[in-house]
Structure formats: structure tokens, C-alpha cells
Design a protein around this ligand. Structure first.
Ligand code: GSH
Length: 187
């Protein structure tokens, strides 16, 4: 999304299950994602994202806004860690009772989490998490919300302002066509 927003050409290499065993030892930490720039590799999604966000003006207008955005991203990451078991079940990577996982894992965590995000959006007054406009954190959270909304639309019907934020990001002129084109493969 950052590359697309910035108009930067890039290669999106999705590694297949078959390809992974030979690819894994060639990555810095045996994990994806990895950003490759001029033959150099950078691992860890937040390190990659922050590097690109700084480069393309999507990391806040000053150090303070940038730090506030970082704190929101970490807050979102905590939510993902807390609800990981539900995510793995819904994405088909783990077995278990999905309804129980929704009631016991996702719903209680989400009822705490998303109202805070909504409050932050209201406080910023810009429609984005940063006062100065869209940032990598809007991209990150809107992407996650799209995934969770696919799993639990009943939850997001009760939190329309969170969906409205995701729509605002996905309808940015720089992103609109890209988001539409990748919908089929996105979970
Ligand atoms: N904290 C890391 C987590 C990376 C991670 O867990 N990657 C998983 C895919 S989501 C992976 O590469 N799994 C394959 C493996 O470990 O063999 C990040 O945010 O980049």
C-alpha cells in the first residue's frame, strides 16, 4: 500500500508453500515478510513499514506525531497477539470451535480495542490516526480491519466508524484501483 500510494514500482513476490523450504534459509530470520532493496534484505514487518513510511512521507509530520503513530501501531499489534488463536482458526491455520473462539477471544478483546481506536480517530479530527493526514498506521489498521470484517461482519456492524475509516483509506485516489485489484486474493 505504501509503494502504491507513493507511485513506486515494486515486485510483490508471494512465496508459495512449495518454494518456502528453499527460500526460508535465504531470509535474515527464516521468516517473511522481507523487503529487498538493491540486493539488500530487511526483515520484520514493522521495521520494513517504518523504513518505507519515512522514505515516502507516511510516518507523521514530526517526531511527536511519528511516535504517537508508533504507539497506535503497537496497540494494534497487542490486539492481534491477544486474538491470534481466533485469527488462526478463521484463516484455516488451526482447528477449533470458531463460535466459541469468537465469543471468548475475539469479541471481548475487540469490544475493548475498537472503541479506543474510534476515540483516537475522533481526537485527531483529520479522519486518520495522525492529525496531518494518512500514514502507514492507517494503512496497517485498515488492512487488518478488512480481514477481521471478513471473519466477523456482525461485530463491525456495531462499529461502523471503524469500517468507515477503512473505506476512507481504501478510497484514497492513489489506492482505490490497487485495493480493488487485490480483493480476490486477500483474506
Ligand atoms: N514479527 C515478525 C513475524 C514474522 C512471521 O511470523 N512470519 C511468518 C509468516 S506470518 C513466517 O514467516 N512463517 C514461516 C516460518 O516461520 O517458517 C514480523 O512482523 O515480520
Amino acid at each position: 500500500m505504501i509503494f502504491q500510494y507513493a507511485g513506486q514500482k515494486f515486485e510483490d513476490h508471494r512465496v508459495s508453500q512449495q518454494e518456502w523450504p528453499t527460500f526460508k534459509p535465504k531470509t535474515p530470520f527464516g521468516q517473511l515478510p522481507v523487503l529487498e532493496v538493491d540486493g539488500k534484505q530487511l526483515a520484520q514487518s514493522f521495521a520494513v513499514t517504518r523504513y518505507l513510511a519515512k522514505k515516502f512521507g507516511l510516518a507523521g509530520k514530526d517526531d511527536w506525531e511519528s511516535a504517537q503513530l508508533d504507539s497506535i501501531a503497537d496497540f494494534q499489534k497487542d490486539f492481534e497477539n491477544e486474538t491470534r488463536k481466533y485469527y488462526l482458526m478463521m484463516a484455516g491455520f488451526a482447528s477449533g470451535d470458531k463460535e466459541i473462539a469468537y465469543k471468548e477471544i475475539f469479541n471481548p478483546a475487540a469490544e475493548k480495542h475498537f472503541p479506543v481506536l474510534n476515540k483516537l480517530l475522533k481526537e485527531s479530527g483529520s479522519g486518520f490516526f495522525g492529525k496531518s493526514g494518512p500514514s502507514w498506521v492507517d494503512f496497517y489498521i485498515s488492512d487488518r480491519v478488512t480481514t477481521y470484517n471478513g471473519f466477523a461482519p456482525e461485530f463491525f456492524k456495531k462499529h461502523p466508524e471503524i469500517l468507515a475509516h477503512a473505506d476512507r483509506i481504501h478510497n484514497l485516489p492513489q489506492l482505490k484501483d490497487y485495493i480493488k485489484s487485490r480483493k480476490q486474493t486477500h483474506i
